[in-house]
Design a protein around this ligand. Structure first.
Ligand code: DX5
Ligand code: ZN
Length: 245
């Protein structure tokens, strides 16, 4: 996909964090050829999380190799306001920053700047953060990202107790389209994500290491779509649902 669909459906976004980063474009293309819907790019600055990864110069190069695909930049950085223009210039489509990374009073301004830079707005929530804090921003953003590990590293264990946050979001804000889940998602834990009502699935090490990423992604997407259409959520897959911009 090259933009966020207005229709709610399962979308699989591999995280390339645990891939061979010297072959970033090849690895990305391999996963896209296997059916990935978008790419989840983990940006870390060594301050917000105790790790360093890639920044906008690398993403800009990746964009030259991969012209059309939707890039979700997961900004695990201490100053999310600092990189908005750079990321837009590098070809990022969705700027997902952390609610914990900045004082609450800065958030409306950050959201506005992301929109002005023509990107979709995602807000990430760490495991220990209460989900209620998102309420005052929910109508102004496109995606809520629920972390199911402490951000910073790939290959950690999935925290199943985070599913309560997803259930609450899907129930409380039926107008919210996209709920993204990130951390420890694999062929087992995908069932919990589907059951809770998530639709954007980030999966790193499980897909990178898989011998059949095409089948795995197809199965993940099917599980999500079946759950969304089930009586529990009863989500009509029409084109006229709310989308903030
Ligand atoms: C963690 C990152 C995740 C993670 C995904 O800080 O945001 O995107 O690397 O990788 P797995 O699926 O291996 O947890
Ligand atoms: Zn991530």
């Amino acid at each position: 996909m090259d933009s966020l669909p207005k229709q709610l459906k399962g979308l699989i976004g591999p995280s390339i964090l645990n891939a061979d980063l010297s072959k970033l474009a090849d690895e990305s293309r391999r996963l896209l050829d296997a059916g990935a819907d978008y790419l989840h790019l983990d940006v870390m600055d060594g301050h917000f999380v105790p790790n360093l990864t890639i920044g906008h110069p690398v993403i800009k190069c990746l964009r030259k190799n991969i012209p059309k695909v939707y890039f979700d930049a997961h900004m695990m950085v201490a100053k999310p306001e600092q990189w908005i223009e750079e990321m837009a210039g590098a070809g990022v489509n969705q700027y997902t920053f952390h609610i914990e990374s900045t004082p609450t009073e800065n958030i409306p301004n950050i959201i506005r700047k992301i929109k002005e830079a023509d990107m979709k707005v995602g807000i990430g929530i760490k495991p220990k953060t209460d989900i209620n804090v998102i309420s005052e921003f929910i109508n102004d953003i496109d995606v809520v990202l629920i972390m199911t590990v402490e951000p910073g590293f790939g290959g950690q264990k999935f925290m199943g107790d985070m599913m309560e946050k997803i259930r609450w979001l899907r129930k409380t804000y039926p107008q919210l389209l996209h709920i993204e889940v990130d951390g420890g998602v694999n062929m087992k834990t995908i069932n919990d994500c589907a059951e809770a009502g998530a639709n954007m699935i980030v999966s790193g090490s499980a897909l990178i290491e898989s011998k059949q990423p095409n089948k795995d992604m197809e199965q993940m997407r099917q599980l999500i779509d079946e759950s969304l259409k089930s009586k529990k959520f009863n989500i009509q897959l029409t084109n006229d649902q709310h989308c903030s911009h």
